[in-house]
Write a protein that binds this ligand. Sequence first.
Ligand code: SF4
Length: 193
Amino acid sequence: MLKVSSIFYSIQGEGFHAGRAFIFIRLFGCNLTCDFCDDELHKTTMNELTFDEVYKKIQNFPSKNIIITGGEPSIYMLNDFIEFLQEKNYFVSVESNGYNFSNIKNANWITYSPKDWENIQNEGFDEYKFIVDKSSDIEKLINLKSDKEIFIQPQNFMHKPNMNNVNYCVELVKKYPDKFRLSLQMHKFIGVD
Ligand code: SF4
């Protein structure tokens, strides 16, 4: 059984796959309580679904790309579920704050969005995504050594961009072109979920 908050079809607005149509499977619960969290559903809404019940809900969407998000997906052992989806020819990506990469290691793609910048991990995932505002300790990211792409993403409002933070991130990417890439939360610009 999976604890699911919502399933919907939209445009991936973040990171390497931004701009592609993805099926979003949002799981219930998180190990953290970030004050900038832009998702309420993972705290308030939970339906217990079998793997087959999830498949019934997603099979008519035209995309074969899935993002499992939350909340924090890696609080659950998800490798069997990921394999179940891959056997049905889905590309399965997972968004994680790095709680437990071994619980999601079967994924085709893992986005790691560290919240504790004092303890940044360096393996077990495919891309970094850091949420940035003007008070962020950018020196930590400038000094981060990695062969993985480092996306910086403005800390936006719940449903719309925060242009002060957007412009700040734009200038950082221009200043450090070999270090950072911009992740905008495109969905908040085009007004979709
Ligand atoms: S880790 Fe992500 S989902 Fe969890 S509280 Fe922080 S921002 Fe929200």
